[in-house]
Design a protein around this ligand. Structure first.
Ligand SMILES: Cc1cc2nc3c(=O)[nH]c(=O)nc-3n(C[C@H](O)[C@H](O)[C@H](O)COP(=O)(O)O)c2cc1C
Length: 484
């Protein structure tokens, strides 16, 4: 652990640093939780739109995985924009915003009507962010009701850069309630959501994440739906290039994106099976999309984000009237792509972040297991993934067995400190996660109710404040083959 090299991108404004030898508990928030300085001041909408949706590489929304540690990790690897996991409007409406000075985070916590196992009122952490990610974090809302959508979005508006509406989730949980992909069949409701949010929060960009409505050209239904969202005021469209009927294992339909990009004035971000730089280039050439969005590839190895550049010859489409958008050459300035990092090192860094933000161990295990099980990648991609190189003692059983972050840290060779006992309880709306498929991980299915975190700051005290310090990776120069 002594050979240390800087491998975060210097041109990004979100640099996480940490000492590789620091114990799990020896973290400290780099910035205190003082933002937003003036909640009423907003950056110009055009500038935010340019930053978020043009020449962009984005971390896709992922239930359970897309919490603060993974987002922070993605940003440190040069990702331009990070989406929160989907959070349902009514759940957010039950929350209060709390500044957690001990962790440097802003927590949205349910006020707690339900009783936990202990009989105490249960408080659940629904969304956690830090001021540093505000310019680049997009909050994904699950909703079907314009009033609820506005009420929920108002709560987080000063802590996030933009709102995204989930119009693509095909799971029963979403659809039966008229949310997610059900909105694709109900363009009037979908448009009313966009309109309501744009009217209520005119300074916040609103995007829609959709799936394809057609499985072939001429894309009549998809085009009609997309135009309706644009007319309603959507600032960007994130397109998962599969239909509701497609399986996650079917190849994404990259070839269908071009007409959509051509028909719309707003930026279109392509999503589905983007694992390699050549995928980015192929998609860009075929569709002229404004950016790409990645979900499962980040679960393969989050440092994959370091290996990608979105370089559009036309710089994406400049925002009309905004001269500075012409300066944007690529998603990452002129810095060259960096190699993939060994998964073990990446997981260690992820565990550090989870410790800094006191993530709930079940969520952390979920993400780590996704990284080592690799069950979600399409078969045609899986064949090309580099072999997993993990020590023998790291497997599904050993990760599942770890009951605390400390235990996980020890398993991954990180010096573990004593537990603060303050792991955040994270509520998961787990429509994507089918734990039964994953042997030995049944304990991950439900988040457990934990102790209230109300007194976290006091309990931790000054001496135990957690620190995010230089995340210096172990061997930045090591030649680990990525995708062949
Ligand atoms: C674990 C997991 C959770 C997901 N959760 C969400 C979600 O909360 N909201 C959403 O719009 N899509 C969600 N998706 C779908 C992804 O955002 C993305 O559209 C899909 O995986 C295709 O992209 P990919 O090929 O890069 O994985 C999820 C996908 C995965 C694998």
């Amino acid at each position: 652990m002594d050979s240390v090299a800087e491998c975060v991108r210097k041109d990004r404004d979100f640099v996480i640093t940490q000492e590789s030898t620091s114990p799990l508990r020896a973290c400290d928030a780099r910035l205190s939780c003082s933002a937003p300085a003036d909640p009423e001041s907003h950056p110009p909408l055009e500038a935010t739109i340019r930053r978020l949706y043009f020449n962009t590489i984005a971390l896709a929304p992922m239930v359970r995985a897309g919490t603060l540690p993974l987002r922070a990790l993605a940003l440190s690897y040069g990702c331009d924009v990070v989406y929160s996991e989907e959070i349902i409007d009514r759940k957010l409406m039950q929350c209060v915003r709390e500044e957690n000075r001990a962790l440097g985070t802003i927590d949205f916590v349910t006020t707690g009507n339900r009783k936990g196992d202990s009989g105490k009122e249960s408080r659940r952490l629904v969304f956690q962010t830090v001021p540093q990610e505000k310019p680049r974090v997009v909050f994904q809302l699950g909703t079907r009701n314009p009033e609820w959508a506005v009420e929920a979005a108002r709560l987080v508006q000063h802590d996030v850069a933009a709102i995204d509406l989930n119009m693509g989730c095909p799971k029963k949980f979403s659809i039966q309630d008229g949310m997610g992909a059900a909105l694709l069949d109900n363009p009037a409701t979908a448009a009313s959501l966009v309109k309501a949010l744009r009217q209520a929060l005119p300074h916040k960009p609103v995007s829609c994440k959709i799936r394809l409505l057609d499985a072939s050209l001429p894309m009549t239904k998809t085009l009609a739906f997309a135009r309706a969202m644009e007319e309603a005021g959507a600032c960007a469209l994130n397109v998962h290039l599969r239909t509701k009927q497609d399986k996650a294992s079917d190849p994404a339909r990259w070839e269908l994106l071009r007409p959509l990009v051509a028909a719309l004035a707003i930026p279109v971000i392509a999503n589905g099976d983007v694992y390699r730089q050549e995928d980015v280039e192929q998609l860009l050439a075929a569709s002229h999309c404004a950016g790409v969005m990645l979900a499962r590839p980040v679960l393969y190895n989050p440092s994959l984000l370091r290996t990608l550049r979105f370089v559009s010859p036309s710089c994406g489409r400049p925002v009309p009237g905004d001269k500075s958008s012409e300066d944007a050459i690529s998603s990452t300035g002129s810095s060259p792509p960096l190699p993939l990092l060994p998964l073990m090192d990446v997981i260690r860094t992820y565990l550090h972040l989870c410790s800094c933000y006191e993530s709930h161990v079940s969520n952390v295990k979920y993400v780590v297991l996704e990284m080592i099980v690799r069950r979600r990648h399409p078969e045609y991609v899986r064949r090309h993934l580099a072999p997993l190189e993990l020590p023998e003692n790291i497997n599904v059983a050993s990760v599942s067995k770890a009951k605390t972050l400390q235990a996980l840290g020890t398993l991954f060779g990180i010096e573990a400190g004593a537990s603060s006992g303050l792991e955040g309880v994270h509520l998961c709306l787990d429509s994507y996660f089918d734990a039964e498929q994953l042997e030995g991980t049944k304990s991950m299915v439900k988040g457990r109710d934990g102790e209230p975190r109300a007194n976290a700051s006091e309990e931790l005290g000054e001496g135990k404040r957690r620190k995010i310090r230089d995340v210096q990776f172990l061997r930045a120069d090591c030649e680990i083959p990525g995708m062949q």
